[in-house]
Design a protein around this ligand. Structure first.
Ligand code: ADP
Length: 273
């Protein structure tokens, strides 16, 4: 660990990232060679816990045909394997803390390599980078095209995390929270209806162990301390798109597509049907 922290000093990061994280760098050199200039999008989603990164990243990934890679999912997959690292990892996650940069990059490298072997190219990252160190390492190995910073009113974030539910059978994500914020002098009203599960999932819903009030508050605190600076990192590089979510999925999705200059033909077809 001492060696690792010495190697990970900010000054050496970019130049030494290929020696510290050889897999990560070798994935990129292959991917960039394979796809050339016409490569698929390489986008990042930033935003507080509960803002909806997973929802919009997953919709965009389907629309653009690139994988949605959520590092939180990689951590939960690792936990479910109950390997030697699991007890330590679950303690960190269940306290709302961040796992080490080294471990998260190892998990991400393996995921990217596995995807590359299956012919995947491009990505939408969700939950990575979450520290300046992770952002520097990523910047050192590839060119991120766009970083979407999702923003939602503070009052809604906690309620949205506490309302999250997943179907233990099909993995579908739902939210039982109904956000109904009245207008005041400064801000307009905001309504986000619950996203309820279909009846066949209703009896199989589970809640993430880190979605308790105490842990969500700690995750929000850690976001402000460790991840907020990542916004500035990308803002300074002209890559940050700020996006204020106006409400629930229907209004937010169409507004996001407009901000990205994209068109969702599927969505229009199903709305017209
Ligand atoms: P959130 O809803 O808070 O955005 P995620 O599902 O993205 O949660 O992540 C769950 C947990 O996994 C985090 O609280 C953290 O412990 C760990 N994690 C995920 N991504 C990272 C990362 N990039 N760096 C460090 N820890 C991470």
């Amino acid at each position: 660990m001492a060696v690792l922290s010495r190697l990970l000093t900010p000054k050496q990061l970019t130049s030494s990232s290929s020696t510290i994280f050889p897999t990560f760098s070798s994935y990129y050199s292959t991917a960039i060679k394979a796809t050339g200039d016409g490569r698929s999008v390489q986008w990042v989603f930033l935003g507080c816990p509960g803002v909806g990164k997973g929802t919009y990243a997953s919709r965009l990934s389907k629309l653009l045909g690139v994988p949605h890679i959520a590092t939180g999912d990689l951590v939960r997959d690792e936990l479910s394997t109950k390997g030697p690292l699991s007890p330590q990892l679950s303690e960190i996650v269940n306290q709302g803390k961040l796992v080490s940069d080294h471990l998260i990059i190892d998990l991400l490298s393996k995921r990217l390599e596995a995807g590359h072997a299956k012919g995947e190219s491009g990505f939408i990252l969700d939950g990575f980078p979450r520290t300046i160190r992770q952002a520097e390492i990523l910047e050192g190995v590839t060119n991120i095209d766009l970083v979407i910073n999702l923003k939602l009113r503070e009052e809604a974030l906690l309620a949205k995390c506490l309302g999250r539910r997943t179907c233990s059978q099909c993995g579908g994500n739902y939210n039982v929270a109904c956000i109904d914020i009245k207008a005041d002098n400064e801000k307009p009203a905001m309504y986000m209806p619950p996203l309820l599960p279909p009846s066949h999932c209703a009896s199989k819903l589970i809640t993430r162990p880190d979605d308790t009030e105490e842990v969500v508050k700690e995750r929000l605190r850690i976001y402000n301390e460790k991840s907020r600076p990542v916004e500035e990192f990308y803002r300074a590089r002209g890559k940050l798109l700020e996006f204020d979510l106006p409400g629930g999925i229907p209004e937010s999705w169409s507004k996001l597509l407009r901000a990205l200059n994209l068109d969702d033909h599927e969505d229009k077809r199903s709305a017209a049907a």
